[in-house]
Design a protein around this ligand. Structure first.
Ligand SMILES: C[S@@+](CC[C@H](N)C(=O)[O-])C[C@H]1O[C@@H](n2cnc3c(N)ncnc32)[C@H](O)[C@@H]1O
Length: 216
């Protein structure tokens, strides 16, 4: 069968973007560290992030979650669904730092969403709620944007969304897997890959990227 290749706009993202995310972290450090404490406490009981994750690595995950805020990529929607959220990444850090927007954490594992709800209640995060079900069963509204960090293959997520009125999907992914996976998606969307080029001093980000899908 003849396949027309999905065209992908590739953009290299420099260190200034990481510096912006670190500055955003520092601005909200107290609340983000409160979240870190709660997540570390729960992670001993339920596997939310990798077992025995250090506080330092968790800080990297949180800064990683904040990167699109500094890039202005969240401006397009007032409500975002974080699907495959697990322990609340990237949704909870974004809800803390982007307080004027609404955030819904979604995961199909109920016990993870019970933890997320407990964190939301403990922190009184009023712009954040949970939906414990498969994203395929979530009632997506027309103006909703979707964020998802290392949770789905591109075509799986698009298949799970089916005929829902999605417009923007922002995925935290490995750059090469993203390029491979995006080949099989339809031509009815604009695709941009933002590669993190933060240098050897920041090995956590090596090979990582943000993939932005926008329906035409
Ligand atoms: C690898 S974890 C990623 C967690 C988090 N985003 C992070 O970066 O730490 C993937 C998550 O996707 C969830 N998941 C898998 N299929 C799903 C579906 N159909 N709907 C919602 N969540 C799903 C899993 O339960 C799991 O918690």
């Amino acid at each position: 069968m003849f396949h027309v290749k999905q065209s992908v706009k590739e953009v290299n993202i420099g260190l200034n973007v990481l510096e912006d995310a670190v500055a955003l972290y520092n601005k909200h450090a107290e609340r983000l560290e409160e979240y870190t404490d709660l997540l570390l406490g729960w992670n001993d009981k339920i596997n939310l992030v990798s077992r025995n994750v250090s506080r330092e690595t968790l800080k990297e995950h949180i800064i990683h979650s904040l990167i699109p805020a500094g890039m202005g990529l969240l401006k397009s929607h007032d409500r975002w669904i974080d699907t495959g959220s697990g322990g609340g990444l990237p949704g909870i850090p974004l809800a803390i730092c982007e307080g004027q927007k609404k955030w819904i954490l979604n995961d199909n594992v109920r016990k993870k969403m019970r933890v997320a709800q407990d964190i939301i209640d403990t922190m009184s995060l009023e712009n954040c709620s949970v939906a414990a079900k498969s994203i395929s069963l979530f009632d997506l509204a027309k103006g909703d944007g979707i964020v998802t960090k290392h949770a789905f293959k591109v075509d799986d997520l698009i298949r799970l969304l089916g005929k829902k009125p999605w417009q923007t999907i922002l995925m935290w992914k490995g750059a090469e897997e993203a390029l491979k996976e995006v080949k099989s998606v339809g031509k009815n969307m604009n695709v941009t890959l933002y590669r993190f080029e933060f240098g050897k001093m920041n090995p956590f980000y090596e090979g990582k990227a943000l993939l932005l899908l926008k329906k035409k």
